[in-house]
Design a protein around this ligand. Structure first.
Ligand SMILES: Cc1cc2nc3c(=O)[nH]c(=O)nc-3n(C[C@H](O)[C@H](O)[C@H](O)COP(=O)(O)OP(=O)(O)OC[C@H]3O[C@@H](n4cnc5c(N)ncnc54)[C@H](O)[C@@H]3O)c2cc1C
Length: 380
């Protein structure tokens, strides 16, 4: 077989610089081996399609999901800095699996702040022991379908609990989940959060549509027809903004964007080793990455933590901008060969677009649009 001159060559990209060398958990040989395993599996999962069974199993075996569960439920909680830098490294190794972990953890965090102690104890223990997998379907309460007049998921209170009718527009890994943490809107406009078992009568997990990237996250919509959610499944509410309860907001979306950016920058640096003309660009992007990592470090260790909404938003805007520019730079440096579907730079470009739409607040969206249109914006 004749090799096409621009066939994608196996990429031996520069090893990422450790984000936080002083963190013993992240520096441990176990965590480093986990990253190497995820990275290795990441190459094949895009071709295989479907739920990333092996990667998720590797994630569970590594014990990382338990960093997010309190000890009393069988977890091994870690500091906010370890968790956020852990996310960053995991995203650099395999964005899909790191993203799946964030959605599982979003479900865990909502379960943990519930006053429904019986349900909280049972689900937290099941999740800590990896007996079950939970995910979220909550975007219709924040960023999705906000312009639609009628609530997309109605929750009618009855003496037995709530009757749910409508659709969860987005839920990652719904087909693999035993439980979806989701919210319905009552006729009085108040929202209620529930831990909905996926095997309840009337719950239909729709086939996952083809996405621009991250197809293996098996993100899809879920239809609910006359589903009875008894009181025992109640988590939070009813109240006006059920997701605001007990949540100070986080920087996880930015940590993942920085991890994806790191992967692209390492790819560009590998190219730059042989080509001096690429070095200024690689140096500049690396400097921005290190500066933003420093912000993450400050935000996760500051005595005034958690960071303010403004600080989080500024970090997200800059992380989004960096992940897009880093991926495009790697593609530019990889030239036509990088444009082939199997080349990691072309995958990085597709994956980078995800941050434009995932849990993207209005101000972050506006900043991206302004950057694309070269309009200056006054906010940080
Ligand atoms: C890969 C992926 C995984 C995700 N996983 C999860 C998950 O696990 N859990 C979860 O809760 N969420 C998840 N989300 C949802 C995500 O966080 C956002 O909520 C979602 O991307 C918002 O997009 P939307 O199309 O639903 O937005 P919408 O605002 O509903 O926009 C839909 C369409 O409506 C139109 N439109 C928008 N605004 C207006 C307006 N003001 N007037 C008229 N028309 C308008 C536009 O044409 C737009 O294309 C995921 C998203 C993606 C892409």
């Amino acid at each position: 077989m004749v090799n096409h001159p621009s066939s994608p060559k196996p990429q031996h990209t520069k090893q990422a610089t450790m984000s936080n060398p002083s963190d013993p958990i992240l520096a441990s040989p176990e965590f480093q081996a986990h990253l190497a395993r995820l990275s290795e599996l990441s190459t094949s999962i895009e071709n295989t399609g479907g739920w990333p069974t092996k990667s998720w199993q590797a994630m569970c075996e590594s014990g990382v999901p338990n960093w997010f569960v309190p000890e009393q439920f069988g977890g091994t909680p870690q500091s906010e800095m370890t968790k956020q830098f852990g996310y960053l490294e995991l995203a650099a190794a395999c964005l899909t699996t790191a993203f799946v972990l964030t959605q599982r953890n979003a479900a865990v965090s909502r379960i943990l702040i519930s006053d429904n102690h019986e349900l909280k104890t049972r689900l937290s223990r099941e999740l800590a022991s990896n007996e079950s997998f939970a995910t979220v379907g909550i975007s219709h309460l924040t960023t999705s379908r906000q312009h639609v007049k009628d609530p997309i998921l109605k929750a009618t209170p009855t003496s037995e609990g709530w009757i749910l009718d409508g659709e969860i527009p987005w839920s990652t890994g719904a087909e693999a989940a035993e439980v979806i943490v989701t919210g319905g809107i009552q006729p009085d406009g108040q929202q209620v959060l529930l831990a909905l078992p996926t095997n309840r009568t009337g719950v239909v997990i729709n086939p996952a549509p083809k996405l621009l990237a991250l197809n293996e996250s098996c993100t899809t919509s879920v239809s609910l027809k006359n589903v009875l959610a008894p009181q025992e499944l109640w988590l939070i509410g009813p109240c006006e903004n059920v997701l605001a309860a007990g949540s100070a907001g986080g920087i996880t979306t930015s940590a993942l964007a920085l991890g994806a950016a790191q992967k692209s920058i390492c790819g560009l640096e590998t190219e730059a080793e042989k080509r001096p003309d690429l070095r200024d660009s690689a140096t500049e992007l690396r400097a921005t990455l290190e500066r933003l990592k420093e912000s993450v470090r400050e935000m996760t260790t500051s005595p005034n933590s958690p960071p303010s909404a403004e600080e989080r938003e500024a970090l997200r805007k800059q992380s989004n901008s960096l992940v897009l520019r880093a991926a495009q730079s790697w593609l530019t440096a990889s030239k036509g060969a990088g444009f082939l579907a199997g080349h990691p730079a072309s995958r990085a470009v597709r994956e980078a677009q995800f941050f434009l739409v995932w849990s993207c607040p209005q101000n972050v969206m506006a900043a991206a649009l302004a950057e694309f249109a070269c309009v200056s914006i006054s906010s940080p």
